[in-house]
Design a protein around this ligand. Structure first.
Ligand code: 3PG
Length: 396
């Protein structure tokens, strides 16, 4: 596929699909990680003298105009980050959008209103895609976080643009995630966590043949424990997934590593009381009334050792209830081990979503090789699925 650097953008109108689906709080951007991640592409286009039109979705307004999901606060934040004004169009198509584009000068930036205020965006409606395409001469996709969606702004539009290219962020994401999977420096370790195995089964299946170690933590480890015949007390368990967990354990024999001890409690009220040694139990001692909420200290040591000796590490999903400090230690220990491994020259890649929030909370986002901006997209990529947004670029 074409890459941003291949384009001559001077004086050209370039429409860029970005993923500015960011959390808002009191009408302002609460976390600008995704906006900052898109800056290299935007700055490049500005420096090249392009007229830059940005488009994104925010939330899931389902085709309705929802004021709380307006991208206006994002335009304000972007202007601060760029150190220059960012124009805003109240609609992403029609006269409003066209007029805003006409006013754009070379090196100027315009953000269009939330694409999903039109149902046609998620329906991948050809007429809507055509209207977006008509706003510009060149199309750049830099929205890795939305690459798993075949929507008008990610897939449909490519059929109506003569030149379509891949932006810096999208390329970086594909290089890191793709590189880790295609030619991993060994040993290759994947760490999969989170509450439920249902969303991660396909990732585990796809990774097993590729990795040397597959570490499983988080609530989902208890479903595996139960599949092995252990008591898990009140811990989270997806009973309907037990046969599958058994199958995965057989498939991953010699590669799958489960926690050997856990932090347990009878209720999640750590803020109100001290954690004692009675809260740390071996994996075969999660008795009635107890629930596992984090990995234990012995497991932290084992996991750290494996991670620090790995050439490539891919991490998706926390080790425990990391939103609460008392049960965040396991997740932070893994984050620290990844930072250590990176220092020793390993490639460390964090899938988006909860593990990206966890590494941010640990203050270690800059200490690993790459933190993906895509939650669902990075999961689907790790599952080995084709991403429609990326496929469309290749075809175009
Ligand atoms: C995300 O946050 O994962 C992306 O922006 C995609 O959003 P969606 O799941 O609403 O399509």
């Amino acid at each position: 596929k074409l890459f941003l650097n291949d384009l001559n953008c001077e004086e050209k109108t370039v429409i860029v699909r970005v993923d500015f689906n960011v959390p808002l709080k009191n009408g302002a951007v609460d976390n600008d990680k995704r906006i900052r991640a898109a800056l290299p592409t935007i700055k490049h286009l500005v420096d090249e003298g392009a007229k830059v039109i940005l488009m994104s979705h925010l939330g899931r307004p389902k085709g309705q105009r929802v004021e709380a999901l307006s991208l206006k606060p994002v335009a304000d934040r972007l202007a601060e980050l760029l150190g220059k004004p960012v124009a805003f169009a109240d609609d992403c198509i029609g006269e409003v959008a066209k007029k805003a584009v006409e006013k754009l000068g070379s090196g100027e930036v315009l953000l269009l209103e939330n694409l999903r205020f039109h149902k046609a965006e998620t329906d991948n409606d050809p007429e809507f895609a055509k209207q977006l395409a008509e706003l510009a001469e060149l199309y750049v996709n830099d929205a890795f976080g939305t690459a798993h969606r075949a929507h008008a702004s990610t897939e449909g539009i490519t059929h109506y643009m003569e030149i379509c290219a891949c932006g810096y962020l999208l390329k970086k994401e594909l290089d890191f995630l793709g590189g880790a999977l295609a030619e991993p420096k060994r040993p290759f370790t994947a760490i999969i966590g989170g509450a439920k195995i249902s969303g991660k089964i396909d990732v585990i299946k796809a990774l097993l043949p590729k990795v040397d170690n597959l570490i499983i933590g988080g609530g989902m480890a208890c479903t595996f424990l139960k599949a092995m015949g252990r008591e898990i007390g009140n811990s989270l368990c997806e009973d309907e997934k037990l046969p599958l967990a058994k199958e995965l354990l057989e498939l991953g024999e010699g590669k799958i590593l489960l926690p050997s001890d856990y932090l347990v409690t009878d209720k999640l009220d750590f803020d109100a009381r001290e954690i004692g040694s009675e809260n740390i139990v071996a994996e075969d001692a999660i008795t009635e009334g107890l629930m596992a909420v984090d990995i234990g200290p012995k497991t932290m040591e084992t996991f750290k050792d494996i991670i620090e000796k790995s050439g490539t590490v891919v991490w998706n999903g926390p080790m425990g209830v990391f939103e609460i400090d008392a049960s965040a230690k396991g997740t932070f220990a893994v984050a620290e081990a990844l930072a250590e491994a990176t220092k020793k020259g390993s490639i460390t890649v964090i899938g988006g979503g909860d593990s990206a929030s966890a590494i941010e909370k640990a203050g270690l986002s800059e200490a690993v090789s790459h933190v993906s901006t895509g939650g669902g997209a990075s999961l689907e990529f790790l599952e080995g699925k084709a991403l429609p947004g990326v496929e469309a670029l290749t075809e175009a």
